[in-house]
Design a protein around this ligand. Sequence first.
Ligand code: PSV
Ligand code: MN
Length: 383
Amino acid sequence: MDNNLLDNLAIELPSWAFGNSGTRFKVFSTPGTPRTVQEKIADAATVHRFTGMAPSVALHIPWDRVDDYAALGNFAAEHGVVLGTINSNTFQDDDYKFGSLTHIDKMVRQKAIDHHLACIEIMDQTRSQDLKIWLADGTNYPGQGDIRGRQDRLAESLATIYQHIGPDQRMVLEYKFFEPAMYMTDVPDWGTSYAQVSALGERAKVCLDTGHHAPGTNIEFIVAQLLRLQKLGSFDFNSRFYADDDLIVGAADPFQLFRIMFEVIRGGGLESRSDLALMLDQCHNVEAKIPGQIRSVLNVAEMTARALLVNTDELAAAQEAGDVLGANEIFMDAFYTDVRPTMAQWRTDRGMPAHPMRAFAESGYQDTVNAARIGGIQSSWGA
Ligand code: PSV
Ligand code: MN
């Protein structure tokens, strides 16, 4: 495999990772938590400064609403990053209790559609490529809703939104098999997302959030299949032990991340012509947020570097020869290789700190923002 592909690795950071978050039991606050979207962008830019691999920041609307998005884009550029994916939010308004794009009431559906059109207008100003749609739509009890009717309404709503997606823009539809709806969700799996986006056109693709699968799901298979079909638009990376835990990517299962990155590379997802977007979608409930994001970027980079070590010629030969254990050993040899020293050198060669976690800790950035960000309301869910 081509080691230069590591130079193409770009990981988008979610603005909400820098705000406070928690479980339904408690949201803890942290010193230095951003109060504004500008402060979130400044923190994201800091992650990029220390890793060189996080050049863009995703926004969530309305959490990151501002009056002047072009000015926000300039602010980001001054900090060395760009604004990325615009995430819509139709899950925190009372009108959406029984759904948004699938709602039985046409007025509510229209309200949800209008929100997405407003997001597209923001994308025009921020020059964002992707509109990411995740819906909390679904039902809690068998019989509560007409599954088929909800699919039909979803298709109609998405088609209306898609008509407004510009030639340089894309729509990505994220799936999730549970939560907040517990009996069924309207976009539960990659098959449903694929069916819905395929009906729309080329610029509609699937978003794969690694935390949105049942335990034991072979996620790398889904990656391989969607890349093969040219329908994998983006990732929301995170890791999970139990449910949609939104923990640091690669923390729970580094081997799974390795396997996913192997298929990304195999499917051309790191080639310069690829438009596959790699994004984090995480919450840092108890750990420090900026180092949490640095760690996440490093985890993706390290598993990518390991996946690039797989000797694919030897692997293909072993596969062709039916050498089961030989093929497995080639794969595992790459996974077990510690790439941290070579990654440190790779960074030094590019004028980056060899050890980003250490360099950030020594930089004093956290102390500075802790002292500066006194007063105001810390960003959190819904703010
Ligand atoms: C839903 O669980 C999700 O993964 C979606 O991507 C949302 O936009 C994100 O979390 C933040 O709530
Ligand atoms: Mn997500």
